[in-house]
Design a binder for this molecule. Structure first.
Ligand SMILES: CC(C)(COP(=O)(O)OP(=O)(O)OC[C@H]1O[C@@H](n2cnc3c(N)ncnc32)[C@H](O)[C@@H]1OP(=O)(O)O)[C@@H](O)C(=O)NCCC(=O)NCCS
Length: 167
């Protein structure tokens, strides 16, 4: 159903939990980055769908920093929340923690932003509600989302030689 673009909504954190199996590691024995990206993508898509109650597609993955490795047998917690909204797009902040199941020690391992677009019944981008930010933390996350948005716009601008988008 089309959204009233003047409507404002809050966004709730979505938390998904997994554990690392031996078939998910890279040659140095830690969780393969592509698996982390898939978990982040699904988590962020759910955060967006719950926020706008529309079908959403991934438009871009923005900087994703793999800060610490995650090991076999560890618990992986992915947390995502819509941090910024445009007209039809949403930027999700996604944080990934690794947790030792025995000691309970937790580390922030990956952090990134993903950009989604809501798709209407005609298959075209459709408006999303405006995100309502209420806390200082949400305001800081909005400001980070705004910087991510500016990077997206810079990247999509045609390059000086007219040869497609600039990078
Ligand atoms: C994302 C997609 C829907 C955008 O369609 P489009 O016709 O280019 O859309 P528009 O130019 O009207 O832009 C619509 C919104 O998308 C954003 N957008 C479009 N292309 C983008 C890109 N490459 N990166 C980031 N944002 C993008 C625009 O900034 C705009 O946001 P806003 O409404 O908040 O200002 C289209 O490119 C698409 O379908 N891509 C494939 C999606 C997909 O298959 N994802 C799974 C990947 S495996």
């Amino acid at each position: 159903m089309p959204i009233d673009p003047n409507e404002t909504r809050v966004s709730e954190w979505v938390t998904t939990v997994d554990t690392v199996f031996p078939n998910q590691v890279n040659p140095v024995g830690t969780l393969f980055g592509g698996v982390v990206l898939q978990w982040m993508d699904v988590n962020a898509a759910v955060a967006c769908a719950r926020f706008c109650r529309q079908v959403v597609v991934t438009a871009s993955t923005e900087p994703v920093d793999f800060r610490n490795p995650i090991y076999v047998g560890e618990i992986v917690e992915v947390r995502g929340r819509v941090a910024w909204t445009g007209t039809t797009s949403m930027i999700v902040r996604c944080e990934v923690h690794g947790e030792n199941p025995i000691t309970g020690e937790r580390r922030l391992c990956t952090i990134g932003h993903l950009n989604f677009v809501a798709i209407g019944e005609d298959g075209r981008p459709t408006p999303v509600p405006h995100l309502r930010v209420e806390t200082d933390l949400e305001r800081r996350h909005w400001a980070t989302g705004e910087r991510v948005r500016q990077d997206i716009l810079r990247r999509r601008r045609p390059s000086a030689d007219g040869d497609g988008p600039g990078r």
